[in-house]
Design a protein around this ligand. Structure first.
Ligand code: FAD
Ligand code: NAD
Length: 461
């Protein structure tokens, strides 16, 4: 028995799910999308967007504090005050506007949004728990897009002064001492933001380096900038317990150390969210905790697809969106499979870190390579932005100069990621980038200069 039928049912209205539903609706597929939360998922409600809003507010406050602390750039300010509750209200209003925007896009595309939580009854039927009771939805095709949730440490369970990223984004007072467990994406982005807002921040990372997914050369400027902000970084340390405003850590050899913390933000990764989804009824093969999919995002069960964070790394919004778009096309009858070469990754610290494609070490494993690098200290635009401790780096195949990887670290370099992705996705060579005119003065000139460097003909360095 079902009280709603459709061609396509999407479970989860995050970047993966809502993009799948919008595109499917545009293609004329009768689509229903289900989510207990306002549409937008982790990314819009408690992830990408609110974190970047807080980072922006922290940057603005920091600039004013800098001005108040001296005669910075000839600007002087007296009396600085932050009302974090107002900042959070501004962020929440923006998120609410975007929720409405996504709802509107779904409606315009003809996709029906049901507010509730779905659970598989079988491969074609889902029971949805709504405020008004249970509804059954039968569909020809179902897409699982239920995303991810923060990993909880058993000895530091969320609650009270132990915060998840969601809790941290809702704080209305800046903690005096903030300890951040995990020096990855979220820990460093939010740790930097809270340091700029006035917290004394300590970052505790289990690995020997912060941002262990990047090579150390790329993250060194981030470490140096955090030092300037007064952030203490403790590496090769595992957070063990928290009591009496003290976070206790242990080194690999068992030595204990403790730091003062009014709040402890735990950001040690995210796990795919499939709780209460009824997956055991489907007996879907998994890849560890993730749902196993093929290059069309199809699971082992005919007519059931999975996209986004539930399917594995990299757990990034733009990957989820691209998968969502692809699956919508497939459901509409088009023959497509995943062939994207470039998934940019950005850490929105200050400086920002961008990486697309292979690192020099990864590229060298595929054959002989050439590397070119251009320092931002030789880039006029970086000087005007008062941040020159960074660079753009390219790695290319030695024989035909095909660009295999591009990375950058510097202030606002996230905006270069689009050029980097286009380069790799379209199989450009060093000469192609070197042959295009890059506007002056911009940091993108460092990209073309890095290509010149790899070709052995640097101009400005
Ligand atoms: P999600 O966005 O997690 O959405 C899943 C949705 O499914 C949720 O709305 C949930 O309510 C719903 N759902 C769950 N169970 C059910 C059910 N049974 N029935 C119906 N609906 C269900 N990524 C970036 O690319 N850039 C960033 O800058 C960035 N910043 C981030 C900052 C933070 C603090 C966090 C936490 C994450 C950040 N991410 C960022 C990661 C990004 O948010 C995720 O990669 C992205 O949201 C994944 O999209 P998704 O559609 O797979 O899942
Ligand atoms: P992460 O995987 O980026 O970093 C987690 C860090 O915690 C790692 O460096 C790990 O070594 C460390 N760690 C694990 N256990 C520990 C312990 N017990 N003590 C100390 N350190 C420990 O995870 P995250 O920062 O939680 O982010 C989750 C995911 O969200 C990311 O992988 C990314 O996919 C996504 N995200 C992306 C962005 C972005 O694109 N800018 C921003 C935020 C989040």
């Amino acid at each position: 028995m079902s009280d709603l039928t459709c061609q396509l049912l999407v479970l989860g209205a995050g970047p993966g799910g809502y993009v799948a539903a919008i595109r499917a609706g545009q293609l004329g597929v009768d689509t229903v999308i289900v989510d207990p939360q306002p549409p937008g998922g982790t990314c819009l409600n408690v992830g990408c967007v609110p974190s970047k809003a807080l980072i922006h507010a922290a940057d603005e406050f920091w600039k004013v504090r800098e001005a108040a602390s001296g005669d910075h750039l000839g600007i002087s300010v007296t009396g600085t005050h932050l009302d974090l509750a107002k900042t959070v209200a501004w962020k929440d209003a923006m998120v609410a506007g975007l929720n409405r925007g996504v709802g509107g896009l779904l409606r315009s595309a003809g996709a029906r949004l049901v507010t509730g939580s779905g659970r598989f009854l079988d491969g074609k039927t889902v029971a949805v728990t709504t405020e008004d009771g249970e509804r059954r939805i039968a569909a020809d095709t179902i897409v699982i897009a239920t995303g991810s949730a923060p990993v909880e440490l058993p000895r530091l369970p969320y609650g009270g002064n132990i915060l998840s990223s969601t809790d941290a984004l809702a704080l209305t007072e800046v903690p005096d001492h903030l300890a951040v467990v995990g020096g990855g994406y979220i820990g460093l982005e939010l740790g930097t933001a809270f340091a700029k807002l006035g917290s004394r921040v300590t970052i505790v990372e289990a690995e020997p380096t912060i941002l262990p997914m990047y090579d150390a050369v790329l993250t060194r400027p981030v470490l140096r900038a955090m030092e300037v902000l007064g952030i203490r970084v403790i590496t090769s340390a595992l957070a063990a317990e928290y009591h009496d405003r003290q976070l206790v850590m242990r080194s690999p050899t068992g030595e204990a150390e403790q730091v003062t913390a009014d709040k402890v933000l735990v950001t040690v990764g995210r796990r795919p969210y499939t709780d209460d989804l009824g997956l055991t009824e489907l007996a879907l093969p998994m890849d560890g905790p993730f749902i196993r999919v093929d290059d069309r995002c199809a699971t082992a069960m005919t007519g059931v697809y999975a996209i986004g964070d539930v399917t594995g790394e990299p757990m990034l919004a733009h990957r989820a969106m691209a998968q969502g778009e692809m699956v919508a096309e497939i459901v509409a009858g088009h023959r497509l499979s995943w062939d994207r070469r470039a998934i940019p990754a950005i850490t929105f610290t200050d400086p920002e870190v961008v990486s697309v494609g292979l690192s020099p070490a990864q590229a060298e494993k595929t054959g002989h390579t050439v590397v070119g690098q251009f320092p931002l200290r030789a880039n006029a635009r970086a000087m005007t932005l008062e941040f020159t401790d960074g660079f753009v780096r390219v790695v290319a195949r030695a024989d035909d100069h095909l660009i295999l990887g591009i990375s950058a670290v510097g202030r606002n370099v996230s905006e270069l990621s689009s050029a980097f992705s286009l380069t790799i996705e379209n199989g450009l060579r060093l000469e192609d980038v070197a042959g295009a005119i890059h506007a002056h003065p911009t940091q993108s000139e460092a990209f073309v200069e890095a290509c010149f460097d790899a070709l052995g003909r640097s101009l400005h360095n």
